[in-house]
Write a protein that binds this ligand. Structure first.
Ligand code: PAP
Length: 328
């Protein structure tokens, strides 16, 4: 269905929701301000469970992202890097038959969704998980262990366009129309899933500067610009750097190709499958470009979001490439 009805959450969660500020939702009737970020009811219920039950191990890898910033891509890359010795045959790789969301499950949408509290202790290490939750709200053990967090974000202009398209495809008709103007206004105010996105990015950014051994900060634009370099960075961070032999043997390029937008979009599993309950896998692969925002933004939108970015990110050292680098 896709609409999170309040009947779907527990009595305790309903009580919690009653105490939270709420706004009109993008894909659900409302978004709630929970621990400083905007969330849907079922997400809140699952996040409380994650915070209560999840025990990180030092060998865990957590893919952390702001929605629509390259989550699917990063999950694929991390899975391929970490498991490269198990799956040397590129023609028989799990990524050819599984969507990355099934291989690197979200804590809040998969592992702890629907009131499940699974026993994860027997999973082989390194265990790979993912989350959209801001750093401050990660389970305590993730922050205190040596668990590696690989974070990716994206320039807010393209992220807005991506969120907007995704929302248009997945918003239930029963919720009525939601114009791009309204969505943009809410986005600029930070009222979007897991927003304000500037707090999300800045928190992980700060952590990556303070604890570079446990938090790696990546940007979608840099990944697009020089995938090989960013893959080397990521593998080194994860404690499994590419050897010279692997580099010479083209292992990095193989991974890059296997996880490329063009390759993944054409896979049957990504054309017809469903990994997360309320949307089809194909909705995760739209255009996969840097700079698509130019096709949607009016001059007024550019001015407004630029001002928001200056105000919120100015002085942080965090900046984004806004256009595709022409390598030719
Ligand atoms: P999620 O937060 O719902 O998991 P996420 O994967 O973060 O979504 O973002 C989807 C975006 O990544 C889409 O961007 P677009 O709307 O601007 O096109 C999608 O096309 C893009 N994307 C998905 N897979 C890849 C990939 N392999 N390489 C590059 N971009 C990708």
């Amino acid at each position: 269905m896709g609409v999170t009805n309040l009947e779907e959450v527990s009595h305790e969660c309903k009580e919690l929701l009653d105490s939270l500020p709420k706004e009109r939702g993008w894909r659900t009737p409302h978004l709630y301000l929970f621990q400083g970020f905007w969330c849907q009811p079922k997400e809140i219920q699952a996040i409380v469970s994650v915070q209560t039950h999840f025990q990180a191990q030092d060998t865990d890898v957590m893919v952390a992202t702001i929605p629509k910033s390259g989550t699917t891509w990063l999950k694929a890359l991390v899975f391929a890097i970490v498991n490269r010795n198990h799956f040397r045959d590129q023609n028989n790789h799990p990524l050819l038959t599984h969507n990355p969301h099934d291989l690197v499950p979200f804590l809040e949408y998969k592992v702890y969704s629907n009131n499940q509290v699974p026993d994860l202790s027997a999973l082989p290490s390194p265990r790979l998980f993912a989350t959209h939750v801001p750093f401050a709200s990660l389970p305590g053990s993730v922050k205190t262990s040596d668990c590696r967090i690989v974070y990716i974000c994206r320039n807010p202009f393209d992220t807005f366009v991506s969120v907007w398209h995704f929302m248009s495809k997945t918003r239930p008709e029963t919720l009525g129309p939601f114009s791009m103007e309204e969505a943009f206004d809410m986005y600029c105010k930070g009222i979007v899933g897991f927003g304000p996105y500037w707090d999300h990015m800045l928190d992980y950014w700060k952590q990556s500067l303070e604890k570079p051994h446990t938090v790696l900060f990546l940007k979608y634009e840099d990944m697009k610009d020089d995938t090989t370099f960013q893959l080397k960075r990521t593998a080194k961070f994860l404690g499994c750097p590419f050897s010279l032999e692997e580099e010479r043997g083209g292992v990095i390029e193989d991974i890059s190709r296997l996880c490329s937008f063009e390759k993944m979009k054409e896979l049957e599993v990504n054309k017809s499958g469903k990994s997360i309950s309320y949307f089809a896998n194909e909705q995760l692969f739209r255009k996969g470009e840097v700079g698509d925002w130019v096709n949607y933004f009016t001059p007024l939108m550019v001015e407004r979001l630029s001002n928001v970015m200056d105000e919120k990110l100015g002085g942080s050292g965090l900046a984004f490439k806004m256009f595709c680098e022409d390598k030719h």
